[in-house]
Design a protein around this ligand. Structure first.
Ligand code: IPM
Ligand code: MG
Length: 351
């Protein structure tokens, strides 16, 4: 197979973790006789510095013309501490999601047997956890009407959803549930919010199309609690944009390191694959960041190309690196930490 993949390294540790994923993908391509044409493009603070736009038109053209996008991280502290900044790196990410139509963000949470004692949660609570969030990604309060009134003394953001937006996300959720344990949880705040009532009503109406799927409806505050109490109670969860943003950070703690969890953002055609961690600016350029979330995101990409064996080969070699302790400082025993680039080299060599 010949694959054209847009490569958006972005900010902070982005370039370092992306470089390791490229090594691993190239090793997969060599082993299984594929050809990957990498198409690097600018995004985030790096793109603001170069051309004044965090998601330039040229980058969009490269992404839209590719089979998939592999993405590092976005964000820079010099913007976080400046509420008056006119352009922010994060706007690039939001614009990219919107322009590429990436409405479904798939964020799995699972545990690694060799790391279970690294989780701040007790072993007996998290053993066997294997759940996946489908977060709506191009609607809700992230993209609703916002502004200031009253000479700037009042601010508002609005959460708007259409039935169609809920349906297309929920459909992906039902389909995923059918392939897994046929359990779906719709997370909302229907006791308070009108948009949540639309979610609930829409999902309820879809249940008849998937009679085998067991659907539960839970309020987001209760899910926030149960997620760390009994993560095993969940399998596929669907939710709106902001709830999903918050809950998936919370869920990442279960696995023991944020440096491990991959994600995919899907639309009608193209997919974008990225680690769920951010740009971790304190570690940028130090060759210490954990590249595994990015490498595992590449595995999700191979899955979506239908290259299941290739994806599994990546997951297998990642598991071996964890079991053998070839890991970065966030996971290593004292004095045994490997550099980001060493982990990447090891994975590519042992694949
Ligand atoms: C995420 C991030 C982004 C979001 C930020 C960087 C805009 O937190 O992908 O979860 O809020 O969606
Ligand atoms: Mg987030």
């Amino acid at each position: 197979m010949e694959l054209n993949i847009a490569l958006l390294a972005g900010d902070g540790i982005g370039p370092e973790v992306i470089a390791q994923a490229v090594k691993v993908c190239d090793a997969v391509a060599e082993k299984y006789n594929h050809k990957i044409n990498w198409q690097p493009a600018l995004t985030g603070a790096a793109a603001i510095d170069a051309v004044g736009d965090p998601y330039p038109e040229e980058t969009h053209a490269i992404c839209a013309g590719s089979d998939a996008v592999l993405f590092g991280a976005i964000g820079h502290p010099r913007f976080d501490n400046d509420p008056s900044a006119k352009v922010r790196p994060e706007q690039g990410l939001l614009k990219m999601r919107q322009k590429l139509g990436l409405f479904a963000n798939v964020r799995p949470t699972f545990t690694f047997p060799s790391l279970i004692d690294r989780s701040p949660l007790k072993r007996e609570r998290i053993e066997g956890t294997d759940l996946v969030f489908l977060r709506e990604l191009t609607g809700g309060i992230y993209f609703g009407k916002r502004g200031r009134e009253d000479n700037g003394e009042t601010a508002y953001d609005t959460c708007t959803y259409t039935r169609k937006e809920v349906q297309r996300l929920a459909r992906k959720g039902f389909e995923m549930a059918m392939k897994r344990s046929k359990k779906l949880c719709c997370v909302d705040k229907a006791n308070v919010l009108e948009s949540s009532r639309l979610w609930r009503e829409t999902v309820q109406a879809m249940e008849k199309d998937y009679p085998e799927v067991n659907v539960s409806y839970e309020f987001v505050d209760a899910v926030a609690m149960r997620l760390v109490q009994w993560p095993n109670a969940y399998d596929v969860l669907i939710t709106e944009n902001l709830f999903g943003d918050i809950l998936t950070d919370e869920a990442s703690v279960i696995s023991g390191s944020m440096g491990l969890m991959p994600s995919a953002s899907l639309g009608e055609s193209i997919g974008l694959y990225e680690p769920i961690h951010g740009s971790y600016p304190q570690a940028a350029g130090k060759d210490i960041a954990n590249p595994l979330a990015t490498v595992l995101s590449a595995a999700m990409m191979f899955d979506d190309f239908g290259l299941l064996e290739e994806a599994q080969a990546i997951r297998d070699v990642v598991n071996r690196s964890l079991a053998e302790g070839v890991v970065t400082e966030d996971l290593a025993e004292k004095g045994k930490a490997r550099k980001t680039s060493e982990v990447g080299d090891w994975l590519a060599k042992n694949l």
